[in-house]
Design a protein around this ligand. Structure first.
Ligand SMILES: NC(=O)C1=CN([C@@H]2O[C@H](COP(=O)(O)OP(=O)(O)OC[C@H]3O[C@@H](n4cnc5c(N)ncnc54)[C@H](OP(=O)(O)O)[C@@H]3O)[C@@H](O)[C@H]2O)C=CC1
Ligand SMILES: CC(=O)N[C@@H](CCC(=O)OP(=O)(O)O)C(=O)O
Length: 415
């Protein structure tokens, strides 16, 4: 039997796709009928066949989250003058129900966001103020886009009626002694840590839905855990010898001026950093250990790339005894077939950061290594979107009872 290059579980929507020249499928009828169908489809389009949740492009048809029409949620963005804060503002421009009523900054308090980020000048927004001057009775929910270490006390001081999505690392590690060890500072809100839910949406959706405080995952941990958690849960890969080589765009380091982020330091070269001791190691190991129900340790090396946004993780694993690459592919395919934002590409198609740039997608694929028993997994995200602000918005949508995809319907920016 000829090996299929696609997911077994997927059905081609042949009534709306017509074969063109034998190699690709073209959309025959780009109708609202198609976008409103709540069917999971596999689409072969210009040579790429992906595991795509084809439907959720409208409010009515989103697969995850109930519709709660009409209620406006007043949103605060703490740290709006930073990269992730301003990215939240960009995404919220197309959100039908979330309205920004509060924005804070530190050094840039008193300024308008448009004066700091001219690409957002057309939005109707309040001026940024210092957190100490903020009136939190004006908001129902906040995105906290502040540096780690500053965040625990600030969130602990907020009214407990507020829903909070924290983009920093301050509430991601359940074990506060681990936080102290890896972040070299005391944990300042251990009680709140017990309440915080880790916000890897596709994995912990039901916990996030009912959470008040969500710790949004780090960008590297998002790109690593999305492919590995399902494979570890199913026992398809070994827990030993997991090697993760990740690359990030420079916006991952934030907007604050640093010597290492200067153009002259970044351009025309790449460099690894945080070798053996990057602070995302315990976050990755926490998620992978939960998935495998045993202690997992990983070798993780991040690299800085001469690009403004984007992230790739290349992950080397050993397959479990008797497991082959097809098993890995089919498992990821069925695990993510109903997910709008996690896309398993057609077999052999190589994920490219450019194809997710500016979007909330994670593209991934698995490859058989030349060395028997080993596999290579590649996943790509935009560090500022699925790796930060996009996933944060996905989580707040879920926490407020709205469809998960509101404000997140952007395709990648290309080129
Ligand atoms: N960049 C990324 O790809 C990712 C970032 N994250 C995390 O998200 C958080 C925000 O990151 P990012 O947007 O990149 O960071 P930036 O450095 O770009 O922005 C930081 C923001 O916090 C404000 N701020 C700084 N110090 C204080 C303080 N002491 N009190 C109050 N406000 C303060 C800054 O205000 P001002 O500019 O006015 O000084 C700015 O608005 C960080 O914890 C980061 O680790 C998570 C995933 C990915
Ligand atoms: C390129 C770069 O510097 N990246 C950051 C990670 C960005 C991120 O996800 O950071 P948080 O854990 O703080 O949320 C770093 O390596 O520290």
């Amino acid at each position: 039997m000829m090996e299929s290059s696609t997911c077994n579980s997927a059905n081609l929507v042949s009534n709306i796709f017509a074969k063109d020249g034998g190699t690709s499928w073209k959309l025959r009828s780009y109708s609202s009928f198609y976008w409103k169908q709540s069917v999971k489809s596999s689409i072969r389009f210009e040579g790429i066949r992906a595991s795509v949740a084809a439907s959720p492009r409208t409010l009515e048809s989103s697969k995850h989250g109930m519709q709660k029409a009409g209620e406006v949620v007043r949103v605060g963005v703490l740290g709006a003058s930073g990269y992730t804060g301003s990215e939240i503002v960009r995404l919220l421009a197309t959100h039908p129900y979330f309205k920004i009523t509060l924005m804070t900054a530190d050094r840039k308090a008193g300024q308008s966001l448009g004066s700091v980020f001219p690409h957002l000048i057309t939005q109707d927004l309040p001026d940024m103020i210092a957190i100490k001057d903020a009136d939190f009775s004006k908001v129902d929910a906040v995105f906290c886009c502040l540096p780690h270490g500053t965040t625990q006390e600030i969130i602990a001081s907020l009214p407990t009626t507020l829903k909070v999505v924290d983009l920093s690392a301050d509430f991601r590690l359940r074990d506060t002694t681990q936080y102290e060890e890896w972040y070299n500072q005391p944990h300042r809100a251990p009680d709140l840590q017990k309440e915080a839910i880790y916000g890897l949406t596709e994995i912990l959706r039901e916990n996030i839905r009912n959470a008040r405080v969500v710790a949004n995952p780090g960008c590297y941990p998002t790109s690593v855990q999305l492919p590995l958690i399902p494979l570890l849960e199913a026992g398809l890969i070994q827990t030993r010898n997991i090697i993760i080589d990740s690359k990030s765009g420079v916006s991952g380091a934030g907007r604050g001026a640093k010597e290492a982020s200067l153009y002259t330091e970044i351009a025309e070269g790449i460099n690894s950093y945080g070798i053996t001791r990057h602070r995302h190691v315990p976050e990755i190991e926490q998620g992978l250990s939960d998935a495998s129900k045993s202690k997992v340790t990983v070798s993780f090396t991040p690299h800085l790339m001469p690009m403004s946004r984007g992230m790739q993780s290349t992950i080397y694993v050993e397959m479990a005894s008797g497991v082959n690459i097809e098993d890995l592919y089919q498992h990821l395919c069925s695990r993510y077939e109903d997910e709008e934002f996690v896309i398993l590409l057609q077999k052999k198609a190589v994920p490219h950061t450019r194809n997710v740039r500016g979007s909330n997608y994670c593209f991934m694929n698995v490859f058989e290594d030349r060395i028997p028993g080993r596999a290579i997994i590649i996943s790509v995200i935009d560090n500022l979107v699925k790796g930060a602000s996009g996933q944060a918005l996905q989580n707040l949508n879920l926490m407020m009872g709205y469809p998960e995809n509101l404000g997140l319907l952007h395709q990648a920016l290309f080129p």
